[in-house]
Design a protein around this ligand. Structure first.
Ligand code: FES
Length: 193
């Protein structure tokens, strides 16, 4: 009898040994593919990781200008804080990282707070009408010493803590601070940069 050319007999099922070899080959090629993707990604992210390590240390002092720019009247002044940032590829001098609220109350007496709202991170400003600091986002209110204070109209004050104080020093007639950013929304101060 003549064989039907359109009919292909079913292939024999692969032996258990062939199935195992095929699975092993698939596993090895998957691992090689993963390594091919992971290596360039690690190289790309490395400078960012290094920058994060440096930021966590927060060991540098940042200049806010000559002492003479701050009158001894105790009135708060907002000063932009800048840092020189470097990673493996780029140097960026003078990057604005936040603002400080500075009060000078004597020849060498200052109080310096971060202007980052401890509620959710908006910018806090001095309110001359109320003689306090306030945040316009959700109406947090702070006394001039940075402590929480009630809103004059009795509205809730959502900030979980007072303004974050910044360490300061005087060097060669200039005011310097240690800039630290803390996690918002918590009663405790946990530094993030
Ligand atoms: S972020 Fe300042 S009150 Fe909410």
């Amino acid at each position: 009898m003549k064989a039907d050319p359109s009919h292909t007999p079913p292939a024999d099922p692969p032996s258990p040994r062939r199935r195992m070899s095929r699975r092993a080959a698939i596993g090895v090629s998957g691992l090689l593919g993963l390594a091919a993707v992971a290596a360039p990604a690690a190289l790309f992210l490395d400078p960012l990781r290094r920058r994060g390590d440096k930021a966590g240390a927060a060991e540098t002092w940042t200049g806010l200008g000559a002492v003479s720019r701050f009158p001894e009247d105790g009135r708060p002044r907002a000063v932009i804080v800048t840092e020189d940032q470097t990673d493996a590829w780029l140097s960026r001098p003078g990057v604005a990282v936040g603002h400080a609220l500075v009060r000078r109350t004597g020849p060498a007496e200052f109080t310096v707070h971060s202007g980052v709202c401890p509620h959710l991170g908006c910018s806090v400003a001095f309110d001359p009408a109320g003689d306090r600091f306030r945040c316009p986002c959700h109406r947090s209110s702070f006394a001039l010493d940075g402590e929480l204070t009630p809103n004059p109209d009795g509205a809730p004050n959502p900030a979980p803590r007072g303004l974050d104080p910044l360490e300061w020093r005087l060097r060669d007639g200039r005011l310097e601070v240690r800039w630290v950013r803390y996690l918002p929304g918590l009663p405790d101060r946990i530094p993030v940069s």
